[in-house]
Design a binder for this molecule. Structure first.
Ligand SMILES: Nc1nc2c(ncn2[C@@H]2O[C@H](COP(=O)(O)OP(=O)(O)OP(=O)(O)O)[C@@H](O)[C@H]2O)c(=O)[nH]1
Ligand SMILES: [Mg+2]
Length: 429
């Protein structure tokens, strides 16, 4: 078998960052922040991280790494200016001074969040860090405590992977809610509520496992990274817990306007991993909860705007455009169900949970039955319109519901994914 030479850190980040890493030599904690044009929000994330490191881990050697995809705005300057030292003009009582060194790296490779994280992992590994904490750079609700919540379970309790758990607005995180959370739970039997939340704590051992895998030319280098990390952690028996971080407020996106590419990259990754871990999920009959760290408070996030009409329209167009493709693998019954959904008015729009779950399973099977990469791509691409349809239906169903009650709908849907798993097993063969 051809052994692939592992790419060296030297090939992955720019010269200046490389020089800095060599000078720093060692670290206990690395906080990694991927970014791409986040000048407005990243300063706040850096401040929260540095404050958190100083307050909760004053005796650990910490390094803050910003892994940037070549931002054309002032993201890098915002990171530099955000160091707590620069805020002496405000009156701070007992303000901890950050022990963290800062590295601002530009990575090479496929542009995407996954490549940015890979560079962070290489740096953490090179510095021998015990834990690596990841924070998204568009967060506005991050606090210093997040550092403690994501790192402590690893440092003190021997966990390998800390997934975030936050309160999110009912219309935020639709890819998570409609497909990634319930499908991961039904397949692998672990209830991780935010498997692609973006903010994680990862142990040294798990970072090594991530770096050993040859996936960096796939969607894992893009938005597939988060679900890939969570799925590997679950299936390779790493110890996982969740940390309650409060509310997630970030630059949320309206699904019909900008979530299409993310949907494709995430779902293609989930489907590919089904093949990889086929022997695992086939044995799983039920799901179990995941331990929680931190106090679960009742905070509520700000509302996320979502526009209903364009999603329904995209669903209808998708049905017309993909008729030939879909009739090659969807059962007649499913095609009929989808057609009758398309004929409903906006007010009565309803994509029933059972139809959605079976459709997801039909697509997962079709994706894995073909060896043709462009066919796989077409399958996932065409599924985007169905996702818009399901989100639109959820918006109608939950219109008058508070966060808590909308969450119950998500749980009911997750149970349906579990209940219908025999359908997947049968079709998969
Ligand atoms: N370096 C780099 N970072 C990226 C890239 N794409 C996204 N990111 C970062 O990844 C993080 C998450 O990206 P978002 O676009 O906010 O995605 P998200 O929060 O998971 O999804 P939404 O719910 O749609 O907001 C942010 O910190 C981005 O700056 C990229 O191409 N390169
Ligand atoms: Mg975001």
């Amino acid at each position: 078998m051809r052994t692939k030479k592992k790419k060296n850190i030297l090939d992955i980040i720019d010269e200046e960052a490389k020089r800095q890493i060599e000078e720093i030599e060692q670290a206990d904690i690395v906080v990694g922040i991927p970014s791409f044009n986040n000048e407005k929000t990243i300063g706040h994330v850096v401040k929260a991280a540095e404050y958190g490191l100083a307050k909760y881990f004053p005796n650990q050697k910490a390094v803050l790494v910003n892994s940037d995809g070549g931002s054309t705005d002032r993201t890098k300057e915002a990171v530099r200016d955000a160091g707590v030292y620069h805020h002496l003009h405000t009156i701070l009582i007992d303000h901890p001074v950050s022990p963290a060194a800062q590295v601002i790296a530009t990575y090479n490779g496929i542009p995407g969040k996954g490549s940015a994280l890979r560079a962070i992992f290489e740096i953490a590994d090179r510095l021998g860090a015990k834990v690596c904490v990841l924070l998204d750079s568009d967060l506005r609700s991050v606090t210093p405590e997040w550092i403690e919540l994501l790192a402590r379970p690893i440092i003190r309790r021997g966990y390998d992977y800390v997934a975030p758990y936050y309160s999110r607005h009912k219309y935020d995180g639709t890819i998570t809610n409609m497909i990634v959370y319930p499908l991961t739970r039904a397949l692998y039997g672990k209830r991780v509520r935010q498997p692609i939340g973006g903010d994680f704590g990862i142990s040294k051992r798990l970072i090594k496992t991530f770096l050993e895998k040859d996936v960096w030319n796939t969607d894992v280098a893009r938005y597939g990274i988060d679900i890939w990390m969570t799925t590997v952690a679950i299936n390779e028996d790493f110890r996982i817990c969740q940390a309650f971080l409060g509310a997630k407020i970030h630059d949320a996106k309206d699904p019909s306007k900008s979530l299409g590419p993310m949907f494709k990259q995430v779902v293609a990754t989930v489907f590919r991993l089904m093949k990889e871990y086929e022997n695992r999920w086939k044995e799983v009959k039920e799901s179990t909860p995941t331990a929680m760290y931190g106090f679960v408070s009742e905070v509520y996030p700000e509302p996320v705007e979502i526009t209903l009409e364009p999603m329904i329209e995209k669903f209808r167009i998708g049905l017309k455009e993909n008729e030939t493709l879909w009739s090659s693998f969807l059962p007649k019954e499913r095609l009929d169900e989808l057609s009758s959904i398309a004929s409903l008015s906006t007010e009565k729009f309803n994509f029933p949970v059972e139809v959605w779950v079976k459709t997801v399973y039909d697509f997962a099977v079709a994706f894995n039955k073909t060896e043709d990469t462009s066919q796989k791509e077409r399958i996932v691409e065409s599924m985007t319109s169905l996702y818009f349809g399901r989100v639109a239906s959820f918006v109608v169903e939950s219109k008058d519901l508070k966060t808590y009650d909308a969450e119950l709908l998500i749980e009911t849907q997750a149970l349906k994914f579990e209940e219908l798993k025999p359908y997947l097993l049968e079709k998969w063969g």
